[in-house]
Ligand binder design. Structure first.
Ligand SMILES: *Cc1c(COP(=O)(O)O)cnc(C)c1O
Length: 346
């Protein structure tokens, strides 16, 4: 029998657990566009509680959650401040431009983490030459910077200073529960001061689909209408929300295992000649590594890994990204490391 594939391309590849499938089978449902799906209603209430916000909205994807948040927090013709490698800017098909009619003003960092002094230089008042800053977006954890986590004081300072200027803050918290696990504090504390936060149920939390947008009730009510406009009015969505509830309430408790596996991968990778891991010690479940000194491109290494039953993709010609999750255990990571050693040496 062939060995099962070890898939470290992303934590989105996780499949619903048997418990999720049972809950989906048994879910009570109704028409969610009429707000009559009890399971969706429960998921929205529990998410609001877990994230410490007034209300929450179940959306099909994280991209839709971010899109709705930016639309609710800005007016056409404004700017949105975002880190240069941010998901919002690079992986959401320019929805900020297309749907909110705003321009992204990006700021380069080494670790994906914005600070108030960096942001302050880019905040613009409306004037004869400049469009005003409509909102600030921060990504926690930061995906392409290697799962980096914001320090609490940094988030709080950004929010306090931004709010003094009347500028709202949105957190792309696709992996905010990974941030919470790494920081050892509840997610509600992490996003206490941001106006809105999006989190994905479909990544390391293992739900088959779905993300949540949380924030003040008036914004979430408005967001519900944008969700409908964007095609996200899903009717008997309780089937998905049932898995989402397990993702929200049970899965965060095990994320530290993924973080330990990411460290194991990072230290094993650092021992392979020609591989440079950055950051050296991953804070959460994402390991970014540079392969240029191996003399091979990331595509070549990817192909050699695939032939050995391991899936890891390049993010460009010289860098690769491995993401740990509950479908790959410690042994799987050790097998992946052995395959990487061979793929580089081959
Ligand atoms: C995955 C991700 C999203 C949303 O992705 P979808 O595939 O649309 O659910 C948003 N932000 C970050 C940082 C992500 O990693």
């Amino acid at each position: 029998m062939p060995e099962p594939v070890i898939d470290l391309r992303s934590d989105t590849v996780t499949r619903p657990t048997p418990e999720m499938r049972r809950a989906m089978f048994e879910a009570e449902v109704g028409d969610d566009v009429y707000r009559e799906d009890p399971t969706v209603n429960t998921l929205e209430e529990r998410t609001a509680a877990v994230l410490g916000k007034e209300a929450a909205l179940f959306v099909p994807t994280g991209t839709m959650g971010n899109t709705i948040a930016i639309k609710c927090l800005t007016r056409p013709g404004q700017e949105v401040i975002c880190e240069a490698r941010g998901h919002l800017l690079n992986y959401e098909l320019s929805m900020t431009a297309w749907f909110s009619n705003c321009l992204i003003r990006s700021i380069q960092t080494t670790d994906g983490i914005l600070t108030w002094p960096m942001i302050e230089r880019e905040v613009r008042p409306l004037g004869p030459h400049a469009a005003e800053t409509g909102c600030i977006e921060i990504e926690n954890t930061h995906n392409m910077a290697g799962g980096t986590v914001y320090a609490q004081e940094v988030i709080d300072e950004i929010c306090d200073r931004a709010h003094e200027r009347g500028i709202p803050v949105h957190m792309d918290g696709a992996r905010v529960f990974n941030a919470a696990a790494a920081a050892g504090r509840p997610a509600s504390q992490i996003c206490a001061k941001v106006d809105t936060v999006m989190c994905c149920l479909s990544k390391a939390l293992g739900a088959p689909a779905g993300s949540m947008l949380a924030g003040p009730k008036n914004l979430i009510d408005q967001g519900r209408l944008y969700r409908k406009r964007l095609g996200g009015g899903m009717r008997q969505a309780g089937i998905l929300a049932a898995a989402g509830l397990i993702a929200l309430e049970r899965m965060p408790l095990r994320l530290h295992e993924d973080h330990l596996n990411a460290r194991l991968l990072a230290s094993g990778l650092a021992a392979i000649p020609g591989i440079l891991v950055e950051p050296e010690i991953p804070a959460t479940n994402i390991v970014i590594f540079d392969v240029s000194a191996t003399g091979k491109s990331s595509q070549e290494i990817s192909a050699a890994l695939k032939a050995r039953g391991v899936l890891i993709n390049g993010i460009n010609a010289t860098s690769m990204r491995a993401v740990t999750h509950y479908d790959v255990d410690r042994r799987g990571c050790e097998t992946a490391l052995a395959a990487l050693g061979e793929a580089v040496a081959a």
